[in-house]
Structure formats: structure tokens, C-alpha cells
Design a protein around this ligand. Sequence first.
Ligand code: PLP
Length: 392
Amino acid sequence: MHFPIEAVRSTYPALADGFAYLDGAAGTQTPQPVIDAISAAYRSGIGNVGGAFPAARRSGAIVAECRAAVADLVGGHPDGVVLGPNMTTLTYRLARAIAGPGDEVVLSRLDHDANVRPWTQTGATVRWADVDPVTGELPVDQYAQLIGERTRVVAVTAASNILGTRPDVPAIAALAHRAGALMYVDGVHATPHGPVDMRELGADFYATSAYKWSGPHIGAVVADPALLETIRPDKLASSPDTVPDRFETGTAPFADLAGVTAAVEHLAGLVPGTGSRRERLLASMGAAEEHELGLFAVLIEGLETMPHVTVYGKPARRTATAYFNVAGHTPRQVAEHLAGLGVNVWNGHNYAWELTAALGIRDSGGAVRAGLVHYNDRSDVDRLLEGVARLS
Ligand SMILES: Cc1ncc(COP(=O)(O)O)c(C=O)c1O
């Protein structure tokens, strides 16, 4: 499908500064409709939820619309959308409520630390799934040995935030469910890169962060409301005990939640389409994935053919995310050199704490990450490759 890249780029005011934004995996830029939705919410008057006056009712509507939008994005139920400041905070909250001493949790070394440490710190016994450091794959067959009758949770990412690896989550989920364990899927890196169907993934919990997909700094964990009914998180005596509200602490940033809804609408409209918002999201995100992977083929081949560049991982199914080092330069030096040429990339371990240790580069500064999202174009890729080539 044709991807209208110029029209998409023109909705992002920040892209006008001329930089090649290849740092999307650390957070995307914000399109005008999201900026407008946030300021419109503040302009119209918002009160705290539950009040008797219109401004309070507007906030209630903003929350409901946000839950419906996030549910559409991931294929979940609006009443199972738990909103919070970010994925890390929500995962700590849920992990404490779900697992504890006496349980076993199966974690992967492919994961961002936000889907690792909250589980290890519950006091549960940890069993580790390892990564093939050459391919960057997470072999599924090891899970048959790792999952047992005491397994409470299997936590795994839908995509690695540095290598882009998309592990076979449905196959891991089938093994988890056969043993009666819960699947906690980190969709923070995966969500912006293609259509998401949490049921197809076999996710009992699907975590995502709106700032990775053109929205404000808000996280969400989506689950079946009936499952949430069985879990009792720490909460105030005075706050609602209903689901999903009882998983949310304090007062929500209502204007930002309006921005989340606008971000979902924006994603649904990346390509022209008809049908329900869910249908338009599936079509639009499919087109975005095709666009990203087309550009990524050029990017990764360009890096792999440079003798002074080491590219980490070669997973069969991946997002458009490259992780590499350049001989004779630290990752930070490479990032600084590229910044001088107007190219934004990340350097370091990027919180892929276990994975960078498995790759043997955590203590030496990790590597450079260049990632594509739907608003990147061919000139961004060419500028990266030209910049890296100059370091030979
Ligand atoms: C794969 C992955 N998981 C989790 C996180 C943490 O997300 P948050 O910043 O919303 O806590 C990130 C952030 O970079 C990520 O890339």
C-alpha cells in the first residue's frame, strides 16, 4: 500500500528542525492533532472526575475515551485498560499484586529491564530464558523446561528495544497457559511498529507507552477485566475499588489522556481508510510497518556492508531497529559525531540490561541504536549511512 510519507511528516511540527529523528525507540515526536487535543482539554476547563459540574463530567469522558482508544489500538477491552504514568510504574504495581515469594516467574534476557526487575523484586524465584547472542533470537523450545506447575507469570517482550527481535510470543503463551501461568507481554517497543492483537499474542497483560507512538508520556496495561477482578493491588481505602480504577493511583493527567486518544486517532489515519477505528488502525499500522521495513532493508544492508561496523543480531522477525558499533569509536562518540551532522541516535545499553550483558558490551558502553518509525524517510536513512561511512 502507498504510504503518504510527506503528508505524515507534515503533521509533526518538530520534524521541521531538519534533524533526522532516528531516536524514536526512546520516544517519538508529537503530531499537531495531539498537541491540539491537549491544549483543547486545558482550554475547555477540566475538573476532577466524579464531580457534579460539567468540567468534571468532561474529565470523566476524557478517561472513558482514552480507555476505548487504547483498547482499539491493542485489541483489548476498554474496561481492562489501566492507565498510569509509564509502563515501568504500572509493571511494578502489577508485579507486586500478582507474584511473590513461593511463586516462580519466567523472565527473558531479551527484555528491557522494566519487564525484568519489577518481577525479580517481588521475591519470586526467577527462571531465565536465554537469547542466542549471534542471531538475537529468543528460542521458544527452552520454555518447555522453564515453565512448571509453580510458574505464576511468564514475562516477555513483544519486541526487543535494541535488536528489534520479535519473539514467538503466541508459542510461549501456549506453553504458559498449558501450565496455568499468566502471560505479561511488554508491548512498549512493538506497538508503534505494526498492528497489535493482544489476543492473538496470547497476552493476559499487554503493556504499552503512548510516548512511543506519537502520544504524551502515559503508560497503559491492558488485561481482561474479569482477570483484573481477581487481583487486589495496594490502594487507598478511599479510592474506587472497581476495575480498572483500583489499579490507578492518584489523580490522572486528564489533558494528556485526551492526547493519547488523539494519538490513536492519528495512527488510525496514517493512510486513508474506512471502517471502525480498530479496522483503520490495523490497515494503517500494517502500511506503516511495510514503510518502515522497506527503509530498514536499505539501512541494515548499508550498515552490514561497512567493514568498520559491527551490527548486533539478525533476527528473522523484527522491528526496524538497528544496534551497532563502529571500530575505533565509542558508542557515545558515534552518537556525538552523528548529532553534529543532524542525525539523532541513541547510545548505551538502553535499559536492555540483561541483553547487553549477554552480548558482552554492557560494560563497554553498549552500542548505537538507530530506529525507524512511520515518520522517517529515505533521506533520514541516507544521512545516517553517510555519517557512519565517514568514520571509516
Ligand atoms: C521495550 C521497552 N519496555 C519498557 C520500557 C519502559 O517504558 P516506560 O518508559 O513507559 O516506563 C521501554 C522504554 O524505553 C521499552 O523500550
